[in-house]
Structure formats: C-alpha cells, structure tokens
Design a protein around this ligand. Structure first.
Ligand code: EPZ
Length: 418
C-alpha cells in the first residue's frame, strides 16, 4: 500500500504541462469501437480508469497498446458485446460503453453501474435515450440486456444535461438510421472533444458545446489520430494548490476558457490570474479572502469536480465561504478529513460553510474519493508539519502523476510504499 507524505508551507513556483483529460479520454476510447479501425489517442493520461477501459476493450476483442504517451486502439475485431460485472464495478463510468457497443454490435449486456463514493449514479436518462432510438432494454437483477437490431434517428430531449447520457446518446445515434437531435445536451468541453474525435473518424456530429447536438447516423467510419484536450479539473487542482500555498505557477497547454468559473473564484479570493490562448498564470500571496457562494452546476457553471479543491484552497485566510453542491448527493466526504487538519467547515445537506482559519496542521488522512483525495493534498500543502495521505487508489483514478507534478512546482511531497 502506498501513502503520500506532504510537508506543508512551501510556496509553489514554476511551469507545468497539464495531462490529457480523463473525462474526455474515457468516452473517446469507448467511441473507438465505432471506427472498426486503428485510432491513435495522443496525450492519453496513464490513469487507473484508462487501464480499466483498456481491459474492457481487450475483453471485447480489441487490441490496445501504448506508444509513448499515445494510446493505440485497433477495433477491427470485436468478438463480444458484454462487460463482466467485475470490470463494471471497477469503473462506474463504464456505462459509457453502452451506446458504442449497441451501435457496433446491435446488442449489449452489462451490469448496472450502481452507486459510488458520490452517492447514487442513476442511468435512467441513458436508458431513456437509447429506448427512444429503438433499443429494447431489459433490466433484471442489476443486469442490463440490450438489443437494437435497428436504431432509427429521433428527437431526444434530456430532462437533465447529463454528461454521460449525452455521450451515450451521441454514440448510439452514430449507429442509427437517419438523423438524431439531442436537446438539453450537456455542454462540457469533453463533449466537444468527443465530437471532434468522431468527426475525425468520419462521423457527422455537430452542435457539441451547445444544448442541441445533431447526429447523422450509419456513416462508414475509419480510424484517426486525435489529441485529447487538457484536463481542466487537474488544472483547477494545481491552481487551487498554488493559491493556497502562495506562489507563482504557469500551466501550459490548457484552455483558460474551460475553467473560467474556477479562475473567477480564485481572482475574487485575491489571486492575480493572467492568460493567453493556451496557458494560465496564477500569482498568490497565500492569504486568501472568502468568495461569493459557490454553487455547482452543469457547464458552463462552476464544476462539481472542482468543489473540493477550491474548498481546500479557502480553508486558510479570512472570511466565510458558502458552498452549495447541487450535482451529487454525497460530495462532502472529504470534509471530516479536512477537519482533522484544523479546518472549520460545517455541512448541512447540500450546503457547506467554510470559516477560514489562521493555520492548518498536519494529520493522517484518507482519500474518500477522487477529487476529495486531491483536496486533502491541496490542504496538506498549506499545513504545518508532515501530513500522511492514504487510500491513494482513489486519487490515481484521475491524476496521472500528481506527486511528480507538485514536486516540479517545488512542493515538499513524496510517495512511500508502506
Ligand atoms: C461526468 O459524470 C463526469 N465523469 C463526472 O466526473 C462529473 O462530476 C459529472 O459528469 C458532472 O460534470 C465522467 O465524465 C467520466 P452526469 P456523469 O450524468 O456523466 C444525474 C470526476 O471526478 N443523472 O452529468 O455520471 C446524476 O445523478 C467525475 O472526474 C441522473 O439522474 O455525470 C447527477 O446528479 C465524478 N440520471 C447529475 O445527473 C442519469 O441517467 C449529473 O450527472 C444520469 C445522471
């Protein structure tokens, strides 16, 4: 088992290139099934969730291999259309394979992804969209049996702008006869990245980034080379880390517009933020002010995935900040761990009230989920003493090299195998 040791109190300084986006690469790897060819995914982050996705693709009969930072996927041969329960349980978001397998094979069998650290993860909107396209779906004992000999384009209105349901609808619509219009679609940058990948494979998808996406199905697709966008949540994590410790960092190869709500909050907290078309610089004294209430919402609102790391940045300084977590039921599990470090946070349902304190102290803490784990590191970088962070497997799902990255920025951090 490994732990991360963080000696707090050092300002972060320097430059860093941010990894490719986890939440882009996962749906794009599922989408390679539609090409029936070889795809080269550039800037693919080496994450646990990517490893799990590779296992799923190999189980389905595909060939997957690394060439440096590029991941190559050959989906010419697909021999199965089911995903075993063990693999489904390793990664809740494996449900994003449903639409792609249906479009490729006309049938799919996978188990219900079930809840996760953030609370229940319903997929009713995914299933409703697929049924509207003509899929027959039996739900029995936690398993989904889906058949879709022929899918026909239709108008899908999502009651919520769900990222995963939008992705599944796009992928299934690529296998449907005719045109599909998806209304109230999610507008996240990762949806735009998925569209760019599919268009590079010869698909006819347009409108990503807006609430209305149109897909013309049954096009003959082929392989492509596609570079994944930067991970905006990893970028937000490092900005929050530098904001909390004080310092001066520059993140390269990022798209500033993708994290504008996060940089707006950090500016309000007293950081100086400047940017050009593909880099972001943050300068901070380390003594942050409280900010206006932070309400998480679908893009372009404040991202739920950045809630924990912004909270960690605001633990020290002055004033009181209110957080309202509107996206997931149980996304404050990092709070008790932050309290061990001296944080003053009170939670009531969706609301968390953070009263900034003068200092934080080291403690032994455990990651409870991916972004909550990253928040513990952001807090530990400010704390007096050496903090031990355990349960790293949560963090490794989404951060390819968080220890090396923070070391490069001058943090006192190392990983130890116990
Ligand atoms: C994606 O999850 C991301 N994961 C999440 O990132 C992110 O937090 C989330 O979008 C919101 O931005 C990936 O892209 C792999 P949703 P997803 O469907 O698709 C409800 C991380 O830390 N809902 O947009 O599962 C749902 O319960 C992860 O990288 C339904 O009710 O999110 C939630 O309250 C965590 N029925 C809300 O919609 C459905 O059928 C948003 O969920 C689907 C969703």
């Amino acid at each position: 088992m490994s732990i991360i040791l963080v000696e707090g109190g050092r300002p972060l300084k320097g430059e860093l290139t941010v990894q490719g986006a986890k939440n882009s690469v996962l749906p794009i790897l599922a989408a390679t099934l539609l090409s029936g060819d070889t795809c080269r995914i550039r800037r693919c982050p080496r994450l646990r969730d990517v490893e799990t996705t590779m296992e799923i693709l190999r189980y389905l009969g595909c060939r997957v291999w690394w060439e440096g930072e590029d991941l190559l996927v050959d989906t010419a041969t697909v021999t199965r259309w089911d995903i075993p329960d063990g693999l489904m349980r390793k990664m809740r978001s494996s449900v994003i394979f449903l639409g792609a397998i249906l479009a490729r094979c006309g049938q799919a069998e996978l188990s219900y992804p079930g809840g996760c650290e953030l609370g229940p993860r319903p997929i009713d909107l995914h299933l409703q969209a697929l049924r509207q396209l003509g899929a027959e779906i039996q739900e029995e004992g936690g398993a989904l049996q889906c058949r879709a000999e022929t899918m026909r384009g239709t108008h899908i209105l999502l009651s919520l702008p769900s990222v995963g349901a939008t992705e599944n609808a796009i992928l299934a619509a690529c296998g449907a006869d005719g045109v599909t219009v998806i209304s109230n679609a999610a507008r996240e940058p990762e949806i735009c990245d998925l569209q760019d990948f599919l268009v590079a494979c010869g698909a006819a998808v347009q409108g990503a980034g807006s609430s209305t996406i149109t897909v013309e199905g049954r096009r003959r697709l082929h392989g492509c080379t596609h570079a994944v966008i930067a991970d905006r949540i990893v970028a937000a994590t490092y900005l929050c880390a530098a904001a909390g410790t004080g310092g001066d960092i520059c993140l390269k190869d990022v798209e500033p517009a993708h994290l504008s709500t996060v940089t707006a909050a950090l500016s309000q907290a007293g950081c100086r933020i400047t940017w050009d078309e593909n880099s972001l610089r943050l300068q901070s004294s380390g003594a942050l002010r409280s900010v206006s209430p932070v309400r998480t919402s679908p893009y372009p609102g404040f991202p739920t995935d950045a809630q924990a790391v912004l909270m960690a940045a605001l633990l020290r300084g002055s004033g009181t900040t209110v957080f309202v977590e509107n996206m997931f039921e149980s996304r404050y599990r990092h709070v008790p761990e932050l309290r061990r470090m001296g944080a003053d946070i009170r939670c009531e349902g969706k609301v968390a009230v953070v009263c900034a304190v003068e200092k934080l102290h080291a403690a032994q803490v455990h990651a409870t989920d991916l972004r909550g784990g990253a928040a513990l590191i952001v807090a530990a970088l400010q704390a007096q003493g050496i903090t031990q962070v355990g349960q790293l497997h949560h963090i490794q799902r989404g951060y390819a090299h968080i220890t090396a990255d923070l070391l490069q920025l001058g943090a006192g951090i190392r990983q130890e195998d116990t």
